[in-house]
Design a protein around this ligand. Structure first.
Ligand SMILES: NC(=O)c1ccc[n+]([C@@H]2O[C@H](COP(=O)([O-])OP(=O)(O)OC[C@H]3O[C@@H](n4cnc5c(N)ncnc54)[C@H](OP(=O)(O)O)[C@@H]3O)[C@@H](O)[C@H]2O)c1
Length: 221
């Protein structure tokens, strides 16, 4: 069955989740284009996946974020799907986190993903699907993570409304509430220090079950 005619853009392909998603999509025979911040890691991953097209971006450049999907459409000859898996953790009580850190957390976790999706909704093929990683924190905001939780919740709310609006154009928007995973995500926060977390889920399995399978199912329906 031909699920994807053109291809899927993975934004955050340099990260643990985005890298897994890109690899699993490629294993399923899907043409992918990769975007990330770290040029060397991105080039390496694109090369390991048989030379996929790639492009760097920085979350603070919102215009650049919005240009990713049009670039991928041109590079792949069309765009059926988008995965967004960018973010940065932040720890500290609501009174401790500075305005500058709050701005950073909201830019990377909310404004940049929104700009990427906004740029994609106008160029995806009819029947196209967007999958954006938010997190279980949206359902269970924890103490010591008010700013990170608020940014992810803002993104989740925006995705919900954008998804309802996009149905008219036969597009689907998925909010992927990923559980806590066994990755180093919490070990390099924008602010503060991670509290001890319990063991996380296996990223390979979780990315397949929560992201790649639902995305492929949505693209085939
Ligand atoms: N890991 C978990 O337990 C977990 C659970 C639920 C939700 N999530 C969410 O899933 C997403 C990815 O998590 P992960 O585990 O894959 O973390 P990760 O390995 O740290 O990846 C984070 C990604 O975000 C990108 N990024 C960070 N700051 C950026 C900036 N200023 N501009 C552009 N890109 C930036 C990184 O780019 P570079 O590497 O190129 O700098 C990387 O691609 C995050 O949104 C996170 O909140 C993670």
């Amino acid at each position: 069955m031909e699920l994807v005619r053109a291809g899927v853009l993975v934004v955050g392909a340099t990260g643990a989740i985005g890298g897994q998603a890109a690899g699993q999509l490629a294993e399923s025979g899907i043409a992918t284009a990769l975007a990330g911040r770290d040029r060397d890691r991105l080039a390496e991953r694109a090369s390991a996946l048989d030379g996929r097209p790639w492009r760097t971006f920085e979350a603070y450049d919102l215009d650049g974020c919005a240009r990713l999907a049009p670039w991928a459409k041109a590079a792949l000859g069309g765009l059926d799907g988008l995965v967004v898996a960018i973010g940065v953790a932040g720890f500290g009580s609501a009174t401790e986190v500075s305005d500058a850190s709050a701005e950073h957390l909201f830019t990377v976790n909310a404004l940049a993903p929104m700009a990427v999706v906004r740029g994609a909704l106008g160029v995806l093929s009819p029947g196209g699907v967007v999958a954006v990683v938010t997190g279980e924190i949206v359902d269970r905001p924890a103490r010591g993570m008010a700013d990170y939780a608020a940014a992810k919740t803002a993104l989740a709310t925006w995705l919900g409304v954008a998804g309802r609006e996009a149905r008219r154009a036969r597009l689907e928007v998925m909010d992927v509430r990923m559980p806590h995973l066994d990755t180093s995500f919490a070990a390099h926060p924008a602010v503060g220090t991670a509290p001890p977390f319990g063991p996380g889920a296996d990223p390979v399995h979780a990315v397949r079950e929560h992201l790649v399978h639902p995305l492929l199912n949505a693209l085939s329906s």
